[in-house]
Design a protein around this ligand. Structure first.
Ligand code: B12
Length: 207
């Protein structure tokens, strides 16, 4: 673990986070390393929130810090986009859930792997997922659910896909830390992972 970086994120010390990230990138560490270490810091922010030491404003600040890091040119250049497309992915965060950092990183990685990515944003209803699938005719639907309560709307989305006869036309991959593998089996998605490179590999294996 990169103690300095993780600690700076935990302390919501935006200036130090940026300085350390730039230092690590210049030292040759890649965007994936940065993303993993900043995520570890976010986990610590989450723990402090659970313990009542941090409040919602701190979660907001943590999100802002992560998003600013992802906007650095050095981070973006790690995700170059090839011109030839190998398939289409519709991606979105499930209804009731506003967390989008993991989803956005996964979307960038899919683009970089050659996918055309249709990003529906956050709080996406089952109906909006279905409408987008009808319009974009994707090979894959990627759903992000960070909140445990998102499981309910993810279930409703898969159920609606079944009801309108679209479930067999697409592969569904689910990601997000608050979803357990057993719950995913019950819902009936094709794959589940919180590991982004593994998620990209799974999507590549489907096209
Ligand atoms: C920042 C943050 C916020 C920000 C989010 C900003 C944003 N734009 O995303 C804001 C302020 C909006 C927020 C709000 C809330 N949050 Co919040 N938040 C966090 C925090 C600190 C970091 C989340 C994060 O970005 N992590 C870094 C990214 C990279 O990780 P990630 O999104 O999980 O993605 C990873 C994987 O899950 C995976 N992944 C994600 N999506 C997908 C999709 C696919 C297809 C694949 C393959 C992979 C994948 O890829 C990433 C790499 O590992 C977490 C703590 C934590 N441990 O994560 C709490 C946390 C998620 N929040 C929590 C809570 C409770 C809330 C609130 C309910 C608080 C409140 N009382 O209002 C609200 C809910 C609002 C809503 N309706 O969504 C809880 C959730 C508990 C639970 N089990 O449900 C957590 C765990 C904090 C805690 N420990 O209590 N939050």
């Amino acid at each position: 673990m990169d103690e300095i970086l993780v600690h700076a994120v935990e302390q919501l010390d935006e200036k130090t986070v940026k300085e350390v990230v730039i230092d690590r990138l210049q030292a040759g560490f890649g965007p994936l390393y940065i993303q993993e270490q900043v995520s570890l810091g976010m986990d610590k922010v989450g723990i402090l929130y659970e313990q009542g030491e941090y409040f919602i404003a701190d979660l907001i600040m943590a999100g802002v810090i992560f998003k600013d890091i992802l906007e650095l040119d050095e981070m973006k250049s790690g995700f170059s986009v090839p011109s030839e497309k190998i398939g289409t992915v519709v991606i979105g965060t499930a209804a009731g859930d506003l967390h989008d950092i993991g989803k956005n990183i996964f979307g960038s990685m899919l683009k970089s792997a050659g996918f055309n990515v249709v990003d529906l944003g956050v709080d996406v209803s089952p109906e909006d997922f279905c409408r987008a699938i009808l319009g974009a005719k994707p090979d894959i639907v990627a759903i992000s659910g960070v909140l445990t309560i998102a499981l309910e709307s993810i279930n409703a989305t898969i159920e609606l896909l079944r009801q309108v006869g679209m479930r067999d036309n697409v592969k569904v991959i689910l990601g997000g830390k608050c979803v357990s593998p057993s719950a995913c089996n019950i819902i009936g998605v094709d794959a589940y992972t919180t590991d982004l490179p593994e998620g990209v590999k799974i999507c590549l294996s489907w096209v």
